[in-house]
Design a protein around this ligand. Structure first.
Ligand SMILES: [Fe+2]
Ligand SMILES: [Fe+2]
Length: 272
């Protein structure tokens, strides 16, 4: 059986109004058309500011609708607001923001078959929100884990689970909060083989407790060192996965067709 091919893109930060990163997405769409994978997954920050501008979500959806292969997404903090990891987070995830995202992109959590593998997408922005959707997602994950038992699982999320170890106690903007991370790992158990994430705009690979973690680069821009510590590789690109029955091959690609933007080139973007 040929492997199930997934192209994992992330942090596309698309907007009709602030269209700086649209050419990179268009170049990426050309690459997707050439590779013709079984699936494309975008792990969030699909839009530049969809949490505050509905049209950023609508425009991002339109860009992805032009892809000629199946497509799934999970939302990021710029699409639905952030999980309230600290008091006074703005914009925080709310029911209306989530509703606007779902109108454009459909379910914010999902499970699908990829040959022998099971792929699960989760909206980690919900964690700690107390919204009814958070409870519904835990119910979904419990059922999905039971259904996937005996098969390898790959999890797609916006934020990486942690920096080095699952038992890290520090709470930050960058990672899934410790309690929620622990619950996800407990529910998925030993079937979980791969955690694929975005959010940091850096590529990093690590293996912890038998699980491979892969941080996808952004297709849009990297953050300069004076704004963000260097934890992995700062270069725009995407991840190419080949899911074989007994393993997954992971490859980072930094295509020359995309411009390696640095956020400092755009003084009007995210300077607050
Ligand atoms: Fe991002
Ligand atoms: Fe993000």
């Amino acid at each position: 059986m040929p492997p199930f091919r997934v192209i994992h893109i992330s942090d596309t930060h698309l907007s009709r109004h602030r269209a700086w990163f649209v050419p990179n997405f268009q170049a990426m769409a050309g690459i997707i058309s050439d590779v013709y994978p079984d699936l494309v997954v975008n792990t969030g920050d699909i839009s530049f500011d969809g949490a505050n501008r509905e049209d950023d979500l609508a425009f991002s959806r339109m860009c992805h609708a032009r892809l000629d292969v199946p497509f799934c997404a999970v939302p990021g903090n710029h699409d639905v607001g952030d999980n309230p990891w600290s008091p006074g987070i703005a914009p925080a995830i709310t029911e209306p923001r989530l509703g606007r995202y779902r109108e454009q992109f459909g379910p914010d959590h999902w499970m699908l078959d990829a040959g022998h593998w099971v792929l699960i997408g989760l909206n980690v922005q919900l964690f700690g929100s107390g919204l009814p959707a958070e409870t519904e997602q835990w119910t979904f994950l419990t059922a999905a884990a039971a259904k996937a038992r005996g098969r390898p699982v790959a999890l797609f999320v916006h934020k990486p689970l942690f920096h080095e170890r699952a038992d890290e106690a520090e709470v930050s903007h960058r990672y899934v909060p410790p309690d929620h991370r622990g619950r996800v790992l407990d529910l998925l158990g030993p079937g979980l083989q791969l955690v694929a994430s975005g959010h940091v705009h850096q590529h990093r690979r690590l293996r912890v407790d038998g699980i491979a973690h892969c941080w996808a680069p952004s297709t849009a821009f990297v953050l300069p060192d004076h704004r963000q510590p260097r934890l992995g590789t700062k270069h725009i690109g995407y991840i190419d996965y080949a899911f074989h029955e007994d393993r997954v091959d992971v490859r980072v690609v930094e295509p020359s067709q995309l411009t390696n933007h640095d956020l400092d080139e755009f003084p009007e973007a995210y300077q607050h």
